[in-house]
Design a protein around this ligand. Structure first.
Ligand code: FMN
Length: 409
């Protein structure tokens, strides 16, 4: 079966040593029925000949932005409109930087800026380049804009080092694209509800109680679930963050609004992942007018408990696989174990926060606590942790929903 039949894929190749793997990538994409057009940077042309890609794609390979013939009909705009999906593989550190900056200084960067099609990048570089804060920041920027980050993988590198930075193998990239474009990944047909970000509990028209949650973990999990083919609803507290591609987003402010939004959508879902940092308490009073300063040196604020969203969903007769997050400053795994039991939740992901850890774009670990024991994911950035977590949850769902098939194996 040709799983990418009719899909128009624009492949951008950049100047990394992994460029040679793109010949195989183009061949595999075409074997899946995709139409492939190739744009190469000047650097890429030093690593692999455009003629090779031209022969394999069956299309003229484009390398120049300022090409008088091609641009007679605004070729870069035509390419940008033609694509159903843009894939940059390998994506060098340099190209990632230029894409993050929104530059248009060569044909590939210009097409990426001019296209409305989703973009995926498969980074490939030396492990120190990949770990460099500049590259991390560029990846975070691209991810925030909805770019799918495919890989990189751990392993031996052309420079003789070992670590993260190898391009994903062409066959794996094809599987990624099949999941992204056709929704036929391992979670195809699975409905997932995810909460993310902080809640805001209003005090008066200009003030509220909240927390430092960036929403990054929940958004990364939503993106990873959507890439795995799931039908994802993301119930998000107030964060300035674009929606991941293919995800239905519901914006809320308070804990009670978040619960109502989740309850309205949870029926028929198979997975509920609660990453939101929900305020445990809200002010008893929500003043209609701005609270005025007085001469008193101290002032008491009365708080009342908010609903427990995770426990409420876990207690439903039709509860999906329920996954909570425990962010703590102390012994987080012990706390996660008791939280799991107290709330009747299937899995709790424990992570340490505070003192620069946990919130925002920092590498962290997740200890996933279940009835069967514990498993640690990472240390890694949140996008990589999200991918690992979705793979683990896919296995959990398989174990739950298909016991008969498991027994046959
Ligand atoms: C032999 C060699 C191998 C290289 N491999 C990589 C690589 O794997 N990843 C990377 O980010 N840059 C690599 N570079 C550096 C890029 O070629 C360089 O940054 C270039 O400006 C990339 O341009 P482009 O992204 O427009 O193709 C390599 C350079 C050389 C000389």
């Amino acid at each position: 079966m040709e799983r990418l039949a009719g899909q128009r894929i624009l492949l951008g190749i950049t100047g990394g040593i992994a460029a040679y793997k793109c010949a195989e990538f183009v061949r595999l994409l075409r074997a899946e029925g995709a139409e492939v057009r190739v744009v190469m940077t000047a650097g890429a042309c030093e690593f692999i000949a455009p003629l090779t890609l031209q022969a394999l794609s069956g299309e003229r390979v484009r390398t120049d932005l300022l090409d008088t013939d091609a641009e007679a009909a605004m070729g870069h705009i035509e390419l940008a409109r033609w694509a159903d999906h843009v894939v940059v593989a390998p994506a060098t550190a340099d190209t990632l930087a230029r894409l993050a900056q929104g530059r248009a200084d060569d044909l590939l960067a210009t097409v990426c800026l001019a296209t409305a099609a989703p973009i995926a990048v498969a980074p490939a570089m030396n492990r120190v380049m990949w770990d460099h804060p500049a590259t991390r920041a560029n990846i975070a920027t691209l991810e925030d804009r909805g770019t799918a980050i495919l890989g990189p993988e751990q392993g031996d590198q052309a420079c003789g080092e070992t670590g993260a930075g190898r391009m994903r193998e062409p066959a794996m990239l094809v599987e990624d694209l099949v999941g992204l474009l056709t929704g036929s990944g391992p979670l195809a047909g699975v409905r997932v509800v995810i909460t993310a970000g902080p809640t805001r509990e209003p005090l008066d028209p200009v003030r509220y109680l909240s927390n430092y949650s960036s929403g990054r973990m929940g958004f990364a999990i939503a993106a990873a679930a959507a890439r795995a083919g799931a039908d994802v609803t993301l119930v998000a507290g107030p964060v300035d963050r674009p929606s991941p591609p293919g995800v239905e987003r519901v914006d809320i402010e308070s804990a009670r609004e978040m619960l109502a939004a989740v309850e309205a959508r949870i029926s028929g879902s198979e997975l509920f992942i609660a990453t939101a940092a929900v305020a445990d308490y809200r002010p008893v009073e929500h003043a209609a007018d701005k609270i005025k300063k007085t001469d008193e040196g101290e002032r008491a604020l009365r708080l009342t408990r908010n609903p427990d969203i995770l426990a409420t969903i876990a207690a439903r007769a039709d509860a999906p696989l329920t996954v909570g997050f425990a962010a703590e400053t102390g012994d987080v795994v012990a706390y996660a174990r008791s939280k799991r039991e107290a709330k009747g939740v299937d899995l709790i992901c424990a992570n340490t926060v505070g003192h620069g850890r946990g919130f925002g774009d920092v590498a962290s670990t997740l200890t996933v606590v279940s009835a069967g024991g514990e498993r640690t994911l990472g240390p890694a950035r949140k996008d990589a942790l999200a991918r690992e977590l979705i793979a683990l949850l896919t296995d959990e769902l398989d174990a739950r929903c298909r016991p008969a098939e498991r027994l046959k194996q």
